[in-house]
Write a protein that binds this ligand. Structure first.
Ligand SMILES: Cc1cc2nc3c(=O)[nH]c(=O)nc-3n(C[C@H](O)[C@H](O)[C@H](O)COP(=O)(O)OP(=O)(O)OC[C@H]3O[C@@H](n4cnc5c(N)ncnc54)[C@H](O)[C@@H]3O)c2cc1C
Length: 408
C-alpha cells in the first residue's frame, strides 16, 4: 500500500502537468500511467502559445525548444479550393513564443516527466492500470491499481482523474458526460514525404467536399481526413484507391506518397467527441482534462485545455493539499474556474462543425458559412487574425503558474 497526498490517474498532458506543478509546490504526488511509455501516435501534437508561456514561467522554455525542437507555426494557414487563406496570426500575441509549436505528443510528455522527476515528492508509476476507486463513507480515499500480476492500493487525500475521454473511474462515482452531437469523425494516417508541400507550412486543406490536415513531421506527413460521423465503413467500402484519389484531389503533391497506403490497418479512426461532465468532482475525487470535457480536434485545443485545467487545479489546491485535506467546495472551485472557457470553445467548435460539414455533401468550401469566413478574413484580416489567435492560441481565460517552487 502506498500513502500519498495526491494520486493522479493518467500520464497525459493534464496528469503530467498537474504532477509536475504539485511536486514543484511540495505536494507528495503519485502519477499512475497504464502504458509502459508515452509513445502513442495520432494524438494532439499542438502546443499552444499559452502552454509555451507556462513553460517560460517554469523556466523551461529554452530547454524545451532545444530538446524537443518543435515545428514553429506563426500562423495557421489553410488552402480553400486551391487558394491559401491566412488564419490566426500568433505573432500578435503578448507571449514570449509567438507561434504554435508542433511536436509528437510523446516528446512533450517525456519532457514534462523528466522535469517533474527533479522534485523529490514526485513519483511516476508506469505500466500501472488504475482499476477501482476506493471509497469509504461516501468519500474517495484512493485507488486500486494493477501492475502486472500485483494489485497496489494507493491511498490519497485526493484522487484526480486525468485518464482521458474514456475514463473508467468517473463512472464508478456516477459521473456521466453530456454529449454534444457532432457530425464528423477523423481518419489519421501517415504518408512519406516524397516532396515538400509546395504551398509551405499549411495545416489544413478544404475542397472537393473534404477537409484534410497535413502535419509535417520531417520525414513524413501526419494526415487527418474529416469524414461523416460513423462513415468509416462506407469509406472502406469504396476501397483504398478511391480514398487515395480524394487525398490527391485536395493535395496533389501527395500523389506519389499515397502509393504507400496498402492496407486499412494504416488508417486509424478518431471518433470525434464534444462532451462535458455536469459535475467534475465528488468528495475526494476530481476530473480534469478530457476526463471532464472531450474537445473536438478543431483548433487543436485539446492538449491546451488539459494543461490549463492542470494549472488551475494546482493554483487552487496545492497549498491545501500540502497542509491538509481538500473539501468538495475546494474541488468545485476548479470546475467553476475552468467550465466557462471550456463551454465557450466547445460551442464555437460545435457551431463550426454544424455550419461547415453537411453529412450528405461533406465539407463545405463554398457554402454561406465559408463565404462569411473568407470575407471576414479578407476584409478585416489584421483584426480577425489577431482575435482568432487570442481565442485559439491563448483560450478565453489563460492560466498562469501562481504556486511557489518549494523543493527541487
Ligand atoms: C487521434 C487524436 C487526435 C487528436 N488531435 C489533437 C490535436 O491535433 N490537437 C489537440 O490539442 N488535441 C488533439 N487531440 C486531443 C488531445 O490528444 C487530448 O485532448 C489531450 O491529450 C487530453 O489530455 P488528457 O491528459 O486530458 O488525456 P489523455 O491525453 O487522453 O491522457 C490520458 C492518459 O491516461 C492514461 N490512462 C487512461 N486510463 C488509465 C487508467 N485506468 N490507469 C492509468 N492510466 C490511464 C492513458 O494511457 C493516457 O496516457 C486528439 C486526440 C486524438 C485521440
Amino acid at each position: 500500500m502506498i500513502q500519498t497526498q495526491c494520486c493522479v490517474v493518467g500520464g497525459g498532458p493534464a496528469g503530467l502537468m498537474l504532477g509536475c506543478l504539485l511536486a514543484r509546490a511540495g505536494v507528495e504526488i503519485v502519477v499512475v500511467e497504464k502504458h509502459a511509455d508515452f509513445f502513442r501516435d495520432f494524438r494532439g501534437d499542438t502546443i499552444h502559445p499559452s502552454t509555451l508561456e507556462l513553460l517560460y514561467e517554469l523556466g523551461q522554455i529554452d530547454e524545451f525548444i532545444s530538446k524537443v525542437n518543435p515545428q514553429e507555426y506563426p500562423s495557421l494557414d489553410v488552402v480553400l479550393d486551391g487558394h491559401v487563406v491566412h488564419g490566426p496570426d500568433f505573432t500578435t500575441l503578448p507571449t514570449h513564443c509567438k507561434f504554435i509549436a508542433i511536436a509528437p505528443q510523446w516528446d512533450f510528455l517525456n519532457f514534462m516527466a523528466d522535469f517533474a522527476k527533479r522534485y523529490p515528492t514526485f513519483q511516476l508509476m508506469m505500466s500501472t492500470d488504475a482499476t477501482q476507486l476506493i471509497q469509504e463513507n461516501g468519500v474517495v480515499v484512493g485507488v486500486k491499481a494493477q501492475q502486472g500480476e500485483e494489485t497496489i492500493e494507493i491511498r490519497a487525500n485526493l484522487v484526480v482523474s486525468a485518464d482521458g475521454r474514456s475514463s473508467k473511474l468517473r463512472e464508478q462515482v456516477g459521473l456521466v458526460a453530456d454529449e454534444v452531437g457532432i457530425p464528423v469523425d477523423v481518419l489519421w494516417f501517415h504518408l512519406p514525404k516524397t516532396q515538400e508541400d509546395p504551398q509551405g507550412h499549411i495545416l489544413g486543406r478544404v475542397g472537393g467536399g473534404t477537409m484534410m490536415v497535413t502535419i509535417d513531421r520531417g520525414t513524413y506527413f501526419q494526415c487527418g481526413q474529416v469524414i461523416a460521423k460513423g462513415g468509416f465503413s462506407a469509406v472502406q467500402g469504396e476501397g483504398l484507391p478511391a480514398f487515395c484519389q480524394k487525398i490527391v484531389k485536395i493535395a496533389p503533391f501527395l500523389e506519389e506518397a499515397t502509393h504507400s497506403l496498402k492496407d486499412w490497418d494504416q488508417v486509424k479512426l478518431l471518433s470525434v467527441q464534444i462532451n462535458r461532465l455536469p459535475q467534475w468532482a465528488v468528495p475526494g475525487y476530481l476530473c480534469i482534462g478530457d476526463a471532464a470535457h472531450a474537445m473536438s480536434p478543431a483548433g487543436g485545443v485539446g492538449v491546451n485545455f488539459a494543461v490549463q485545467d492542470a494549472v488551475a487545479t494546482s493554483n487552487l489546491l496545492a497549498e491545501k493539499l500540502r497542509t491538509g485535506s481538500v473539501t468538495l467546495e475546494d474541488l468545485n472551485l476548479v470546475q467553476k474556474r475552468r467550465e466557462r472557457p471550456v463551454k465557450i470553445i466547445q460551442r464555437l467548435q460545435a457551431f463550426a462543425h454544424k455550419k461547415l460539414f453537411n453529412p450528405e455533401q461533406g465539407f463545405q468550401s463554398r457554402g454561406i458559412g465559408m463565404f462569411a469566413f473568407r470575407s471576414m478574413v479578407t476584409l478585416f484580416a489584421p483584426i480577425v487574425r489577431r482575435k482568432m489567435a487570442q481565442m485559439i492560441g491563448l483560450g478565453p481565460l489563460p492560466e498562469h503558474v501562481e504556486t511557489r517552487e518549494v523543493s527541487a
